[in-house]
Design a protein. Structure first.
Length: 287
């Protein structure tokens, strides 16, 4: 009987000790699992935050890529900026690192030619700002309120550059008025201030060398900016820019090529009796 009682006590003791050991191990496993789960959550959170940061950085990288893409697209190593207020229009020229670009070649008697047009390509200005600092040029702002595009025509000595439109606003115009509704001319004779100029175009086909010749009274024609005239050409959207000079020093004959079909506006500038006039023409270039 005593043996059975001792055996019962021993059995109960083993069971209790076994349960305590099991409970301890199970609790440690739960703690380890909880710690592992918490570490996992923290790691996941860090990974998400890392993706967020990468996303933000990627977005900034996207901006940088776009700038690089634009550089690759237009081949330009210079950024041109237009700053204007009620008194002045300032042009800033900077390289891709933000440093002023100051070494420019003289191009037809000027370091910088500034062409400004309004959105509808009805207003046209060819002016020459004066140097006011390193990579900075300034001219008085006499423009009426409106939406404009500037084309900064320069020849940097140590940088590749392509003229691109720079949009800017003067005053507080109520709304944009751009319509892109240029209508090709059916006749090519224009009169400005009593002077008549007639344009002759050798071809209206895209990709072919084209000669633009002008009939006008040459008895009162004098050189303007070192040439017997200047021709500026824009496509109807004010994006593609051409500044063409005469093919010889004596005649108002110009040679160029239209790379894309479309409607283009031509301003032919001539100095007659001491006055510079711009004669506008609209042509359609076809395939």
């Amino acid at each position: 009987m005593i043996k059975w009682a001792l055996a019962g006590i021993l059995y109960v003791t083993v069971v209790i000790l076994g349960f305590e050991a099991y409970d301890k191990c199970f609790t440690e496993d739960k703690s380890t699992a909880a710690q592992t789960e918490e570490h996992g959550k923290q790691a996941m959170k860090m990974d998400v935050e890392s993706h967020d940061e990468t996303g933000e950085s990627g977005e900034s990288g996207g901006h940088a890529h776009e700038a690089s893409s634009e550089t690759n697209h237009d081949g330009s190593e210079i950024n041109a900026f237009v700053q204007n207020d009620q008194k002045n229009i300032k042009i800033h020229l900077k390289d891709k690192a933000g440093n002023p670009v100051d070494e420019l070649e003289i191009n037809h008697e000027k370091e910088l030619h500034l062409i400004i047009v309004d959105e509808q390509l009805q207003k046209y200005y060819h002016v020459h700002p004066e140097r006011t600092g390193k990579g900075e040029f300034t001219i008085e702002n006499n423009l009426p309120e409106g939406f404009y595009k500037a084309f900064i025509d320069i020849k940097p000595k140590n940088f590749a550059y392509k003229v691109e439109p720079v949009s800017f606003i003067v005053g507080n115009p109520s709304s944009s008025t751009h319509g892109h509704e240029l209508i090709p001319d059916t006749t090519f004779s224009k009169e400005v201030d009593g002077e008549t100029v007639t344009l002759k175009v050798s071809t209206f086909k895209v990709g072919e060398p084209v000669t633009l010749s002008f009939d006008l009274d040459q008895t009162n024609l004098t050189p303007y900016l070192g040439a017997m005239g200047h021709v500026v050409i824009l496509d109807e959207y004010g994006k593609e820019f051409l500044h063409v000079h005469p093919s010889n020093e004596k005649e108002p004959i110009f040679e160029t090529t239209f790379e894309k079909p479309g409607i283009y506006k031509i301003w032919a500038e001539f100095k007659q009796n001491g006055t510079v006039r711009a004669f506008p023409f609209v042509v359609e270039i076809k395939e």
